[in-house]
Design a protein around this ligand. Structure first.
Ligand SMILES: Nc1ncnc2c1ncn2[C@@H]1O[C@H](COP(=O)(O)OP(=O)(O)OP(=O)(O)O)[C@@H](O)[C@H]1O
Ligand SMILES: [Mg+2]
Length: 219
């Protein structure tokens, strides 16, 4: 089976600080991989590289069997929108749009009509317990509701690969647990892959593999 992610010698330096010093990484379809590491180790940087949001300085990155580190910005955005769901460390919802609209946006970006986007966004929001918050702006919802909206936005296009950056770091245990369950279920049920950065031990134990980012390398 072709790996969804294959990276070799991936590097990233900010200014004079090398953050990633040669990351070798492979993820198969259906896998749930957890990435650990101390604060500042480069976990978010790595996810941004894998999600084609930041280009690497060196090394190779293949996503879905395609060379991805040399894609044009346009092609990278296309691949991201078609195949990757990203759940940020901080949710990054668009403040001027409603909960429902935030979840419809990835579908608009794929060229779907308003009616089709709505038809797909509604059930996932209902399932995440947000059916009564559809027309609220993110700022008018709770932290847990915002994180669940971000989860709905990441999963609504049924991405082959979900990248999640400590999605529950700033939630209480109950809301955090709910988002984690839904994330794992949502990904596993479809046989998609999940790469998750977390400090939460209980969550990490549920992963198929745990990797640690130390000194710019994954071990
Ligand atoms: N855009 C940037 N410009 C300069 N330095 C950056 C940039 N992004 C990250 N860094 C630096 O790279 C290092 C790794 O940052 P990163 O956000 O990847 O860490 P992290 O492992 O996700 O940490 P945390 O667990 O606190 O979220 C940090 O020292 C940070 O200051
Ligand atoms: Mg981080």
């Amino acid at each position: 089976m072709t790996p969804l992610i294959e990276s070799e010698g991936l590097t990233k330096t900010f200014g004079a600080t090398p953050v990633l010093k040669g990351v070798n990484f492979s993820v198969a379809p259906g896998e749930f991989v957890c990435v650990w590491g101390p604060s500042g180790a480069g976990k978010s940087t790595l996810l941004h590289l894998l999600g084609l949001m930041t280009p690497p300085d060196g090394g190779t990155l293949r996503l879905f069997g395609e060379e991805a580190s040399t894609l044009s910005a346009k092609k990278a955005a296309e691949m991201r929108n078609r195949k990757i769901g990203f759940l940020f460390q901080f949710h990054h919802l668009l403040p001027d749009f409603s909960v429902l609209e935030n979840v419809m946006i990835p579908l608009f970006l794929r060229g779907e009509s308003k009616t089709d986007a709505r038809r797909q966004a509604l059930p996932i929001l209902e399932r995440l317990g947000l059916g009564h918050r559809l027309s609220h702006r993110p700022a008018e919802t709770s932290g847990g509701e915002q994180q669940r909206t971000a989860l709905a936005r990441a999963l609504v296009v049924e991405p082959a690969l979900v990248l999640a950056d400590e999605p529950t770091g700033n939630l209480d245990r109950e809301n955090g647990g709910k988002v984690e369950d839904l994330l794992e279920e949502g990904v596993r049920a479809r046989g998609a892959a999940l790469v998750l950065v977390t400090h939460n031990e209980a969550l990490a134990r549920r992963a198929d593999r745990r990797l640690t980012l130390v000194d710019g390398r994954l071990i």
